[in-house]
Ligand binder design. Structure first.
Ligand SMILES: *Cc1c(COP(=O)(O)O)cnc(C)c1O
Length: 395
């Protein structure tokens, strides 16, 4: 049996090796490493796949978020509502923009974009619209929902709040590319295409991952697309004529060529992950100590992570027990953003978020990827169940 991994990138590569190698060699032969046809092809193919009008490729998912906030013209003091239960990048960019301006700014009152953390729904791990509504102040400009672990945040409610309060929505879609959301009128849309801007990451372990770093920004707004492109390219539309402060954030052509090969298989990859999740669900169904991931009605879940919640189980003990059997597992995320020193040192964070704190203590993510053999799933589920049974009989 090959070793169990959280994500098996090697096995996936072996299945698409010829096509990927040919795509890479084509770029090597052209020596056009920046820009060019593979980049345009991938961008338009991703636009067609997601249904977004514009796809602007960039260097990574964190840059995508930063460029989105820059393009929306968020100003010093503006508040951005975001979940605390997320990967740090979602919230870090808010503080990062502030730090950048500290470089050029002298007025300490201009310590700007302030993340306002709100609770998530304990069933789906996504941002809670009621909590968002409560957190809105006259300084609120944007909401950044995260489609955590692979399913959509409750976008209809969030879009309604945004409309009523004149706010932007930036969807952090780094974990859910290809997931769908159903509105009450039956309209189905892909995550990342419903808000003002959607951002995603092509980090190798993401559901659509390249072989290095990569990211993209999605929007349906033509003017905003121009601005996003300009900001990702040193604030220029015409070379050497820089209109606004931007950054340098590009997706390498080789990565775009690789991504195009994988995009064609994304639906198969999603189906493979869903099959693993279904097998896990089946094995753990009805267990009193285990809550399996809930899929909100109308959502499809693409299972970037398969995350259990444990009740009355020594989670760290379970993790060690699994590790001893060469079964990896992960805690996403052990420390919520509002408790990270990065923010508390800045005087942000420190909110009272009992649901978030509670979740960080009970979640555990199991291996899930596109090439998982049945015997891996069987060993993982039987080991988890054996540990819980064994420790229960001891206590
Ligand atoms: C991975 C991830 C990011 C950042 O993407 P990078 O490409 O690593 O910069 C942002 N948000 C979430 C939720 C992520 O999972």
């Amino acid at each position: 049996m090959r070793p169990i991994q959280m994500v098996d990138l090697k096995e996936q590569y072996l299945h698409i090796r010829e096509e990927v190698d040919a795509a890479i060699h084509q770029v090597l032969d052209s020596t056009a490493f920046i820009g060019g046809k593979p980049l345009q092809d991938f961008s338009s193919n991703l636009a067609a796949y997601t249904g977004a009008r514009h796809v602007i490729p960039c260097a990574n998912g964190t840059d995508a978020l930063q460029i989105a906030m820059m393009a929306l013209g968020l100003q010093p003091g503006d508040e951005v509502i975001t979940p605390s239960f997320t990967y740090i990048a979602t919230t870090e960019v808010v503080a990062l923009l502030k730090l950048k301006l500290v470089f050029v700014e002298v007025d300490p009152a201009l310590l700007k974009l302030k993340p306002v953390f709100v609770e998530v729904d304990p069933q789906t791990f996504c941002i809670d619209p009621a909590a968002v509504e409560k957190a809105i102040t006259p300084r609120t400009r944007a909401i950044v929902p995260v489609h955590l672990y692979g399913q959509s945040a409750p976008m209809e409610a969030l879009l309604d709040i945004a409309r009523r309060h004149g706010l932007h929505i930036i969807e952090d879609n780094a974990q859910a590319i290809g997931a769908t959301y159903t509105f009450s009128d039956g309209t189905i849309r892909q995550t990342g295409t419903m808000g003002t801007i959607g951002t995603t990451s092509f980090f190798p372990s993401k559901n659509l991952g390249c072989y290095g770093d990569g990211g993209a920004i999605l929007t349906n707004d033509d003017a905003l697309a121009d601005k996003l492109k300009m900001i990702a390219n040193h604030g220029q539309k015409v070379r050497y004529y820089h209109e606004v402060v931007g950054c340098n954030s590009r997706l390498d052509t080789i990565q775009a060529a690789i991504l195009d090969v994988k995009l064609k298989r994304l639906n198969d990859y999603i189906a493979a992950r869903q099959a693993v999740a279904a097998a896990y669900d089946h094995a753990f169904a009805g267990h009193p100590a285990i809550t399996t991931p809930k899929v909100a009605p109308g959502n499809t879940h693409v299972y970037h992570q398969y995350t259990l919640q444990l009740e009355g189980v020594d989670r760290d003990g379970l993790q060690q027990y699994l590790a001893a059997l060469s079964i990896p597992s992960m805690i996403y995320y052990p420390v919520p953003a509002h408790r990270q020193r990065m923010f508390t040192d800045l005087g942000a964070g420190g909110e009272d978020l009992p649901v978030t704190d509670w979740l960080t203590k009970r979640v555990i993510s199991l291996p899930i990827h596109t090439e998982m053999p049945a015997e891996h799933i069987e060993l993982i589920t039987s080991s988890v169940l054996a540990y819980i049974e064994h420790t229960k009989s001891q206590s």
